[in-house]
Design a protein around this ligand. Sequence first.
Ligand code: EPS
Length: 390
Amino acid sequence: MRYLTAGESHGPQLTTILEGLPAGMPLDAADINEELARRQKGYGRGRRMQIEKDTAEIVSGVRHGYTLGSPIALVVKNNDWKHWTNIMGIEAVEAGQEDEIKRKVTRARPGHADLNGAIKYGHRDMRNVLERSSARETTVRVAAGAAAKKLLSLVGVDIVAHVVEIGGVKANVDSTLPLQALKERTEKSPVRTSDPNVEQEMMTAIDEAKKNGDSIGGVVEVVATGMPAGVGSYVHYDRKLDGKLAAAIMSINAFKGVEIGIGFEAARKPGSEVHDEIAWEQGKGYYRKTNRLGGFEGGMTTGMPIVVRGVMKPIPTLYKPLMSVDIETKEPFSASIERSDSCAVPAAAVVAESVVAWELANALVEQFYSDRFETFAEEIKRTREYAREF
Ligand code: EPS
């Protein structure tokens, strides 16, 4: 499967085209809108999220509630577009009116794509960069992830992301909590954490950052249960599923690191405290006594829960400006004040869940390929039975 996205943050709409979902899978706009609403929540968002009420319109590839096997195109309109029709207009601007209409950006904001993007594409107006590099694009990545989540749920794979750290405040993660309970707890938390004891502290850290004109980052964790063992491959570097998950997490705006299972902690422990012992039980088949490797051995799933963490840096748009350079005058300046979120970690957790869901669905579709959803699902079921009796 693959998907493309298109759209500028303040342009008319965001679009995604999903290709490769098997035909005959139930899918409707409600499945997608539920996920879009989750992404819009989260303590620490700025004013833009009050303007937008993201809803998806499915414009192709689905008929009477089922996928057709043809490309699925989804559109999410930007409500804010009405305030930006001139600035982001499609038509050429009359000579002499450029400066007034375009709201040209010549001051590169540190930490953003602005300067490198401008040099790369030869844009003297960095708005041409920032409109696309904006995390607004993650809206349609969540829409794509919602379709993937639907596929996963229909073949017994469940997934959720939660926030494990914000601005240095760490959640106490109970790894024995069933996924359903984890979902319920995080869904009602304004910071999407499963630990009620640190929720207030996280919110206070966000308030503090906002008061100081600053921003804070954090760590999110994605957990997925029910993946059959042996998905991915050890035979080639580009077929290792843990590698694909790492790339997916790193592709999210502002993410700077990724871990699977105990991740970096493995550097500080002896092998006997890192690897998971294998056991077997009648009716259950093989399992690991612990899950320190986060559901992966040799680039393949073990059948244990998949646990992936990602680190989000603080959002670089700051009210407390950092020094930079104007590309017109080459003069130093302090970066201009922009409307911004002070913390988007809870929303980024939903994005992380979406990109991981896409990779897992893609891996299943590749390995158990059928053009028809029904036979695809049967093949997964057969493979689970085979592994149980192996
Ligand atoms: C973003 C800047 C802000 C955020 C935006 C990401 O947008 P604006 O410039 O319109 O205030 O709110 O996030 C979203 C729009 C979104 O949907 O998540 C940025 O520069 O990346």
